[in-house]
Design a protein around this ligand. Structure first.
Ligand SMILES: [Fe+2]
Length: 219
């Protein structure tokens, strides 16, 4: 990503801070943050390395078209069980493109791949524990004949001294959330912590912004 694009991403996601009490979170060091519920990695964790795995999944290096689908800015803070921000954590996301297809040899979905979508991205949390991505809303896809997976983004968070967290983030309001077997496996009183409400972005027409905070556990 060039510097200008990166600045736009950073500035726009700065506005996300207003959506949640990041500073309150960061200051309440004696608080208890509940660890984000782990969920299955699923079958589509990337198996092929790719040159471009930066924090903007809507553009693939060397290509000019933007990925198909609705742009979604997603950012948040990674904290520990005492709600202290965790700088330097590696946040990985992978997901289907707008048609609901993964760039993975095991995906039998016949929906078309999007050559302009980056499928997999990584970001490091900054000094305030914040990460950010620009991506698109993934499509729902069939996991079985009677089971549609709702749009979701897979996450892995790694940091030395902490347990690795593998989970999935969902979009509030999806018609497939309630019946999803993986989301339903999350205890009912923790489900809201992995469902994110997105709002229209005021800095980019048609784009959405959402905030997904994660809590990881010290070893
Ligand atoms: Fe998935």
């Amino acid at each position: 990503m060039n510097t200008n694009r990166r600045n736009v991403l950073k500035a726009s996601l700065g506005a996300l801070g207003a959506l949640a009490s990041t500073s309150a979170l960061a200051k309440s060091f004696d608080a208890v943050c509940r660890t984000t519920p782990a969920q299955t990695e699923g079958p589509f964790y990337p198996v092929k390395d790719q040159d471009d795995k930066d924090d903007d999944l809507t553009l693939v290096r060397g290509r000019t078209n933007r990925a198909r689908g609705q742009v979604a800015y997603i950012g948040g803070i990674v904290s520990d069980e005492n709600c202290r921000p965790v700088p330097g954590a590696l946040v990985e996301i992978w997901q289907a493109c707008a048609s609901g297809r993964y760039n993975h040899p095991g995906d039998e979905n016949t929906a078309p791949l999007d050559p302009d979508f980056q499928y997999w991205g990584r970001a490091l949390t900054d000094g305030n524990g914040e990460y950010r991505f620009r991506t698109i809303v993934p499509g729902a896809y069939p996991a079985d004949t009677d089971w549609m997976r709702p749009p979701h983004i897979h996450y892995k968070v790694h940091r030395k001294g902490y347990h690795e967290l593998t989970t999935q983030m969902y979009f509030a309001g999806s018609e497939y959330n309630d019946a999803d077997k993986i989301l339903r496996a999350v205890p009912a009183n923790e489900r809201d912590s992995v469902i994110v409400s997105f709002a229209p972005a005021d800095f980019e027409a048609g784009a959405l912004v959402g905030r997904f905070n994660l809590t990881i556990r010290k070893v």
